[in-house]
Design a protein around this ligand. Structure first.
Ligand SMILES: *Cc1c(COP(=O)(O)O)cnc(C)c1O
Length: 475
């Protein structure tokens, strides 16, 4: 213990310095250089405000609102703002959660228990377009529902309504549509899904995790946005993330229900132990109120007008990006209505293109695709307000990178792929061969190889490989 430095053995300044050093080489979320994992307004006042609010509440737990009654007001304000955005009315109810995955797990649980209350003897099924977020499959696996995957049209990337019609049965507990889907930013035909759901009396969930804070504003800016919210009669629940286009710190989402009577199926109560009577509205018990307080502050600060202004920046950036991307010979997937776009190429490896862009400082996301499922390899771009001022620089670098890849394509040999396939034989050997280390610094070439392996190998095998490799790497 060093003198006068408190209880620990290191002094706080050294510790903070170490953390700063540790993350020095990493992408900076506020930089605007990231087109994935970051939702950046470019407003430092907003970030400071969020941090202040987070700090004020970070030691308070959301476990028991009778201890911290102010949390009830914060949650009500946040949920009601989102409910209004989603066309909710008097009966709309919802809960603040720690993220999109949690919102989805809770909605699936509510739908399952609602279904079970009427059909105690059936194994419930959940109908999912291939473009639905994996969190739904995860929820199904966790909660004992059978996922029923349905195709999407590979031109429009919207769910195939006929396929849904064919698969829906008396075992269907939930149908899912995305507004928009994450991979290509396209909004499913929610009215079409709603007609099927109403006809068969099935719960329809709309996943607006990424679109909830964009589509309503795009619509008000004059964009042709298809109906997707509670104004559509068959919609029972909607998930909307705050920690994406709500611009709040991570750990914040909202799950909404058409009616309070549906929400109760997500709750859990227990009083048969010698401890405190437990009633959980969500999955976790003890959790920081920081994300809720920060969300409340950000929503208060921006309000409807603030979000509208930020959305118009996104829209402006998006239109210029779409044009510029087409101009260099790349192909936009579908006709994305939202703030996400994806592009592919029949001529060059866009995975290699992503590495070229990375050397220029840009973080863009590779979607490996799958020859088994018919999905193309593509690049995903999540567009933020801050990108408005960076479009020209981005497109200039994209042009250069396309040229670079064209003149120097990276060839992956069958031998290399077989090496990846050898993973089944000896995992630690493979981890070593691929140069994956416990420091998780993955060589660029290795990333390309892994991406190509995911594209070429059967999904069952890929999933096993991903679990095994990550199990080797992570502590
Ligand atoms: C991000 C996202 C999710 C999952 O949310 P997390 O916050 O990452 O758990 C679900 N659906 C869509 C469409 C998303 O974009």
């Amino acid at each position: 213990m060093s003198a006068g430095s408190g209880l620990g053995s290191s002094n706080p300044k050294d510790i903070v310095d170490f953390l700063v050093k540790l993350s020095r080489e990493e992408p900076v979320p506020s930089s605007g250089m990231m087109f994935t994992h970051s939702y950046e307004t470019g407003d430092p006042v907003l970030r400071d405000l969020a941090r202040r609010a987070f700090e004020l509440y970070m030691d308070k737990t959301m476990l028991d609102f009778t201890v911290y009654p102010s949390l009830v007001k914060l949650e009500r304000d946040v949920v009601s703002f989102v409910a209004r955005l989603m066309g909710g009315g008097e009966s709309t109810a919802g809960t603040f959660t720690y993220g999109g995955t949690e919102s989805i797990i809770l909605a699936v649980k509510a739908a399952r228990d609602f279904f079970k209350s009427r059909n105690p003897d059936l194994v419930p099924e959940i109908i999912l377009p291939y473009t639905a977020h994996p969190a739904f499959v995860k929820a199904a696996v966790y909660l004992g529902l059978k996922p029923v995957l349905v195709p999407v049209n590979l031109e429009s990337f919207k769910v195939d309504l006929n396929a849904v019609q064919e698969r829906v049965s008396r075992r269907t507990a939930m149908i899912v549509g995305s507004a928009p889907n994450y991979p290509v930013g396209v909004v499913d035909d929610i009215r079409g899904l709603s007609d099927i759901a109403l006809d068969r009396n099935v719960w329809l969930h709309v996943d607006a995790c990424i679109g909830g804070f964009v589509l309503p504003f795009f619509k008000d800016l004059g964009e042709p946005i298809p109906d997707f919210n509670f104004k559509v009669d068959g919609v029972y629940s909607i998930s909307v993330d705050l920690h994406k286009y709500g611009y709040t710190p991570k750990g914040a989402s909202v799950i909404l229900y058409r009616d309070r009577s549906l929400r109760k199926y997500q709750f859990f109560a227990y009083s048969r132990w010698p401890g405190y009577p437990l009633v959980n509205t969500v999955t976790l018990s003890t959790r920081s109120a920081g994300p809720l307080a920060a969300s409340w502050a950000v929503i208060k600060y921006l309000g409807y007008d603030g979000y509208l202004k930020l959305s118009s920046k996104i829209l402006n950036a998006k239109k210029r990006l779409v044009e510029g991307i087409k101009a260099v010979g790349l192909k936009i997937l579908g006709s994305p209505e939202s703030s996400i776009i994806a592009f592919t190429s029949e001529e060059i490896s866009v995975a290699q293109l992503s590495l070229s862009m990375k050397r220029r400082g840009w973080i863009i996301q590779v979607q490996p695709g799958s020859i088994h499922l018919g999905f193309p390899q593509s690049i995903h771009l999540t567009i933020s307000p801050i990108h408005e001022g960076l479009v020209d620089a981005f497109l200039r670098d994209l042009r250069e990178s396309v040229e670079e890849v064209r003149s120097n394509p990276f060839k992956i040999s069958m031998e290399d792929l077989v090496k990846v396939a050898g993973i089944r034989a000896s995992l630690s050997e493979l981890v070593e061969k691929l140069g994956l280390s416990r420091e998780v610094i993955v060589e660029d070439e290795t990333l390309l190889l892994i991406s190509e392996a995911i594209r070429m190998l059967p999904p069952d095998f890929v999933e096993t490989m991903l679990v095994e490799v990550v199990n080797e790497i992570v502590f």
